[in-house]
Design a protein around this ligand. Structure first.
Ligand code: C2E
Ligand code: MG
Ligand code: MG
Ligand code: MG
Length: 284
């Protein structure tokens, strides 16, 4: 916020504020036409079973290669898309695209995880967007897991919850993403029948550095998830030591660079092609 006191004093924050606002305005302008210009793509990151290390799911992660700005990180444009409600058409596109990919090209025991913003859930059309994506793609609803963060409980919590309950009624599952980073209240876990708790990467890193607090928190989350019949996914596992650690702590699934970076749709298909070859070799 610019200083409005101090009389004739120069405000040192102003130039960067202007630059920021101008940059944002330009990004927003480009974002409005990004879908029709075909600049959006989905990448997919594997989620593996902690014990078998088999791929059980892929998380769809959006990528934007803008003709004006080059590659823009989702950390930058998703908040902008949320502020401008552009996340609604973008989210609809993500839902359809990811369901198509999973239904057409992946084995039927592999799920797809899709991130959904609060703004999408508050849209009355949300559930019908999901129904449409499922019916157009032919994807079994059991293969769709919707990822939300605790922030959905901050605003119109009952609207968001009803939208997710409609998805659960269809057979979809819901994961609580980035658990532990937000406004974590354990009470949230009672408000919805989550299937999975995704333990944020910051705890995985902390535990790898022998932080007692991080270890204790992962242990507690795992114990709580087990008694609530939920699974846990450790996010951001970058090396074998971290993988062993979160497995020993009892996490059910693992995601992170150690098992695979987000990759193009084409590369994700290749993962299964290789898996089929491996299986043939084993049985031969
Ligand atoms: P997220 O859902 O928590 O996704 C995980 C993020 O961690 C991804 O960043 C992923 O690339 C990154 N990551 C995965 N493994 C590792 C690791 O081992 N080390 C490190 N350092 N990072 C790892 P990304 O792709 O930049 O996405 C950032 C966030 O943007 C996502 O966080 C999600 O909240 C949001 N997002 C991405 N795609 C969508 C989308 O289609 N719709 C909505 N609403 N949000 C999305
Ligand atoms: Mg996610
Ligand atoms: Mg996450
Ligand atoms: Mg995250």
């Amino acid at each position: 916020r610019a200083k409005d006191e101090g009389g004739g004093e120069h405000c040192e924050y102003e130039p960067s504020l202007h630059a920021n606002a101008e940059e944002k305005r330009q990004l927003e302008f480009s974002l409005r036409s990004a879908l029709e210009k075909n600049e959006m793509a989905l990448h997919y990151q594997p989620v593996v079973d902690a014990h078998t290390e088999e791929v059980v799911s892929f998380e769809a992660l959006i990528r934007w290669n803008s003709s004006e700005h080059g590659f823009v990180s989702p950390a930058k444009f998703i908040p902008l898309a949320e502020d401008t409600r552009l996340i609604v058409p973008i989210g609809t596109w993500v839902m359809q695209q990811a369901c198509n990919e999973a239904a057409r090209h992946w084995p039927s025991d592999v799920k797809v995880n899709i991130n959904v913003s609060p703004e999408q859930l508050l849209e009355p059309e949300f559930a019908s967007t999901v129904v449409r994506a499922l019916s157009h793609s032919g994807l079994d609803p059991k293969r769709l897991e919707i990822e939300v963060t605790e922030s959905i409980f901050l605003r119109d919590a009952s609207v968001a919850r009803k939208a997710l309950e409609q998805c659960i009624a269809l057979g979809c599952s819901v994961a609580l993403d980035d658990f532990g980073t937000g406004y974590s209240s354990l009470g949230y876990l009672r408000k919805l029948n989550f299937t999975t708790i995704k333990v944020d990467r910051s705890f995985v890193q902390g535990a790898a550095q022998q932080s007692r607090e991080s270890l204790a928190i992962i242990r507690a989350v795992v114990a709580m998830a087990q008694s609530l019949d939920m699974t846990t996914t450790a996010e951001g596992v970058e090396n074998a030591d971290e993988a062993i650690m979160v497995r020993d702590l009892g996490c059910t699934k693992i995601q992170g660079y150690h098992f695979g970076r987000p990759m193009s749709a084409e590369d994700a298909r290749q993962v299964f092609a290789r898996r089929a070859v491996d299986l043939k070799r084993k049985s031969a």
